[in-house]
Ligand binder design. Structure first.
Ligand SMILES: O=C(O)CCCC[C@@H]1SC[C@@H]2NC(=O)N[C@@H]21
Length: 303
């Protein structure tokens, strides 16, 4: 499938800085491996209220688009929402930011966002019931599957953290406004926060994702993922029953059958992770009493 990559040459006002790819290749080893940066591309001006004439370099590549690529922003989530309002981000259209000053994670945590890691947000429409309430799980599943195809097995920590070899290598954030959804994903391709930082926030240990082959740029990785993930998404919604889908997720679910800690605010309790409820909640067993939780985080080590 052919798609358009739009490299921002003069930015989107205060929202999204332009990007000088030649300079970036020097600063960030991850971006230096991006072959598309050497191509001249086609210069074009797009009239996009409220930003006026937006100057871009266009490339046609294999993938799903359009993919807007810019330098620094507060968060790619807000860039995606603004492009949706401007009518410039259809379903599966995406925003790749080199760097985020205010990257946001789940539970209002910050998301450390440095050049070389992937920071992407893409648009979707709210899927029909019952998939609407399973969307967080669907997002985690399609990307864990696509990433596994590109490297070693990537598993899911409920609801959609991405883990490789027992460490967090990526996170997903789902935001909904009316009938529109923006899904953000961060992948540690070049750097991961150190243990001391992660332990104080979430007791999760982070690491850099291992991919085959190494050395692809964040944009290159996204173009590999978006095609696979869109196909998997369509397949699940059209041809898979919710119960089959939940069994597929369970096969990739971290710590299934193990004793874990469930933390809700400052309160935490120890329970066995038994499985997934039909509405996407997590079934926990505490001394023979089963309950379903829908929020909070789960930890393997004592908080
Ligand atoms: O806490 C988590 O695990 C979710 C992290 C989601 C981070 C991504 S990076 C791209 C997008 N922009 C953001 O500000 N957040 C998401």
């Amino acid at each position: 499938m052919n798609c358009e990559v739009l490299l921002l040459d003069n930015g989107l006002g205060e929202l999204f800085d332009p990007v000088d790819f030649k300079e970036l290749a020097f600063q960030s080893p991850g971006w230096a491996g991006e072959p598309r940066l050497d191509a001249v591309g086609e210069y074009d001006g797009i009239s996009l209220p409220p930003w006026g004439d937006v100057l871009v370099r266009r490339f046609r590549v294999q993938g799903v688009g359009p993919v807007w690529v810019g330098g620094r922003c507060e968060t790619s989530m807000e860039v995606a929402w603004a492009l949706i309002r401007a009518g410039a981000l259809p379903s599966w259209g995406s925003v790749v930011a080199v760097e985020q000053k205010g990257g946001r994670g789940q539970l209002r945590r910050p998301w450390v966002s440095v050049p070389g890691n992937l920071h992407v947000s893409f648009a979707l429409e709210v899927p029909p019931a019952p998939w609407d309430s399973l969307l967080s799980l669907v997002a985690g599943y399609i990307f864990s599957q696509a990433l596994t195809e590109l490297g070693e097995s990537v598993r899911i920590k409920w609801p959609n953290d991405l883990y490789q070899h027992g460490r967090k290598v990526g996170g997903i954030l789902v935001e909904q406004r009316g009938q529109d959804v923006v899904i953000g994903m961060g992948l540690n391709l070049a750097q991961a926060p150190g243990d001391h930082k992660m332990r104080s926030e979430a007791a999760a240990r982070a690491d850099i994702l291992q991919l085959r082959p190494h050395g692809r740029s964040p944009l290159g990785v996204w173009l590999e993922l978006v095609n696979r993930s869109k196909n998997a998404y369509k397949e699940i919604l059209k041809h898979t029953s919710p119960s089959t889908f939940l069994s597929l997720v369970s096969e990739r679910l971290l710590w299934l059958g193990h004793m874990i800690y469930h933390r809700q605010g400052t309160h935490w309790e120890r329970a066995r992770l038994v499985g997934l409820h039909q509405d996407g909640g997590l079934i926990l067993d505490k001394n023979g009493n089963k309950s379903v939780v829908y929020s909070g985080s789960i930890l393997f080590e004592q908080p």
